[in-house]
Design a protein around this ligand. Sequence first.
Ligand code: ADP
Ligand code: MG
Length: 857
Amino acid sequence: MTKYTPMMEQYLKIKAQHKDAFLFFRLGDFYEMFFDDAINAARELEITLTKRDAGQKEPIPMCGVPYHSAANYIKNLIEKGYKIAICEQVEDPKTAKGVVKREVVQLITPGTVMESNMLNEHDHNYLASLSHFEDGSYAVVYNDLSIGENSIALIDQGWEAVIHELYNQPVKEIVVASDLPDNLQEDLREKLQVTLSYQDEITFNAEYRDLCDSLNDERLVTAFSRLLNYIQHTQKRSLDHLQPARIIKLDYHLSLDMYSKRNLELTETMLKKGKQGSLLWVLDQTVTAMGSRMLKKWLERPLLNRNLIERRQDIVEGFYHGFMERDSLREILKSVYDLERLAGRVAYGNVNARDLTQLKESLKKIPSVKATLKQFGRENIDDLSDKLTYPESIISILDDSLIEDPPVSIREGSIIKDGYNTTLDSYREASRNGKQWITELEHKEKQETNIKSLKIGYNRVFGYYIEVTKANLHLLPEGRYERKQTLTNAERYITPELKEKERLILEAEEKSVDLEYSLFLEIREQVKEYIPEIQRLADVVSEIDVLQGFAAVSEKNNYTRPRFVDDRLSIKNGRHPVIEEVMKEGTFVPNDILLDQDTDILLITGPNMSGKSTYMRQLALTVIMGQIGCFVPCDEAELTLFDQIFTRIGAADDLVSGQSTFMVEMLEANHAISNATDKSLILLDEIGRGTSTYDGMALAQSIIEYIHDNIHAKTLFSTHYHELTELEDSLEKVKNIHVRAEEYEGNVVFLHQIKEGAADESYGIHVAKLANLPQSLIDRASSILNQLESSEKKEISTEYKTDGQLSFFAEEQSEPAPAEKDIDKSIKKQLKNLDLFDMTPMDAMNELYRLQKEAKK
Ligand code: ADP
Ligand code: MG
């Protein structure tokens, strides 16, 4: 067996306990890594891999990062989803016998980072835990360590519901029990892209007992304890800012499945994964980081309770009309710092004096926030004002103790005000007196020696000294000074009395820095007492901020307050909130929508690119905006409360996931059908594209029938299968609408206008024209189509509906000979089956070329 040095033995022992983390092993001024850790860290961090000879034949791979710049390297690894165990020397190397004792003092993991440079100020950073139970239920806990927030949900609709719940939450890490089945663990990693951690031991720590008080179900207590145990295990300290777990009642909220969260681009776009272009981007007119985090949370969990929604609406209306007051409210809120994260840092112990000053300044703003709110003269806003209570004594504590503009460091003094502590004052007095004495000494020496350039200076190595230039040395009296240092053109001297004063000054300074530090810790402890109050305050401030933001955006974009009614949804001149924002003003075409007792399903037809998908998403976004309490983009709206939204966006639009397979499409449709109720909204966009025409059409039809007969959910169904429009006749609550397009000088013009009834058939070839396919190719395609159309009319008119549309292709055709008919039929079928939008122009060209050859035969 290889024999290692004692230090390396120590390393290996500690590493064995932290196999899933990089072990940052403190050695003097560096954190060193060894073996595989070193190899992997060198690769990930792009730092040099070296070797250490540790007493055996093979040198050990090693790399290190300086202690002082470790934060950046840690950040880099965390962002890549790794964990880091910080191992420090826990005794003074000078007094240690043998190998210095070392211990892991903290585990930094993606879900537990506290450092502000690793956190996004506009988003939560969640550590989640997942517990599974024998009865098939699951519990999910979310924790944001940076602010101490905890929430918990019980899920008993099976595993899929767990994934849908966790999807799109800002979860970086999930703590599970190690006996969670492997395939489920794999699911979490793959679908949610999170780091998994394990915590099997669950002890019901007395310290955390009251955090669990609100939990009325043993499963919830177990789940929450798993999380708390993991936090304790990683942070190795008690955290006073953790709040009792708030129970998320999933059926109190409009629930969005994973596909809707993604497809509707609520908080990020599918393509770029950024906020820009999302609904959040349009709606976010908050002025505090706390407010923007809360808005994001609201968007992901719209409300179901009409009273709660209407309360929000009422406040938004008040803010909307009080323009001047809202403006001053916004100005004041802008100077309120991130109270939640400040409170988190107070508890965590990494708060500095500057942070506390920010806390104080923020609290000082609260009275004017309260007063401004009162100016709106609206009951619900008055209530908000009354809820803004805050610990006023913090202000005096901090005002009395901290200087105006303290430094970032809390270990170098200059934090505490004069007059706060008499001992500190006496040290400062001593130091000031000493310095005064030195200034006087300098003056006296100058006079006595008659050397004008004589000066007294200070450096860290020699302390205070008297400096005389070489040219003046002859003026110095004999024996009075002791030479200490020689420079090129000066000598430095000391005297016993100068050294005595120096000792007093340095002693006083050292003592005062130490004292300032411990006074600061005391102050911090005092502030800690008020954390729950600060957290409550932060919550109200965030809510005010979100609601004033709703008013601001509603005014800016001309939104109106929707009314909630039962079983009827009517929107006049509705707009897509995001598309209208990115389009030139006034160019978005508004549209109406009506779903009521007589209409459950709207079947939308219209050419490609006409605006079908936009119309569908517009409805979903409007519903969500309504249910978070915001006004909505239209002239007039009656909305009904939906319990769930399901979306399935057609293969042609589903460019991002790349999974345009029929299977995925069917899975998503199945998910909607098996979970929707008669209170749900279903958006099925061009379903059935992923398979051949007849399969797809048959499935699409049976899905519509199933929803119509069994679910009664309000449904928007867009389709390019024109044949489906006949369902209006057989299914009572199906209604056809279409997007209008017109032909103008041989080109199709999209009017983006929704009209009643079914559309003319697809304008595919005209879209090909827009895509700049060669004119000769388009001409030929038009004539093929035309032939097909005319033969179809005669041959199979019962099967296809033609109604003489597409007349702009008209070109007198002689009747084809019988032999040609079969060829025509086959070409027509092939042409029909082409999915132009899934083809590159080159593919289309090749395909048409082949068809043309066949036609010429
Ligand atoms: P479809 O689903 O019918 O193929 P889309 O909904 O994807 O069409 O819309 C195609 C494009 O048309 C959109 O990207 C948008 O720019 C534009 N568009 C859609 N609806 C409207 C509208 N109501 N007003 C103006 N432009 C619109
Ligand atoms: Mg579409």
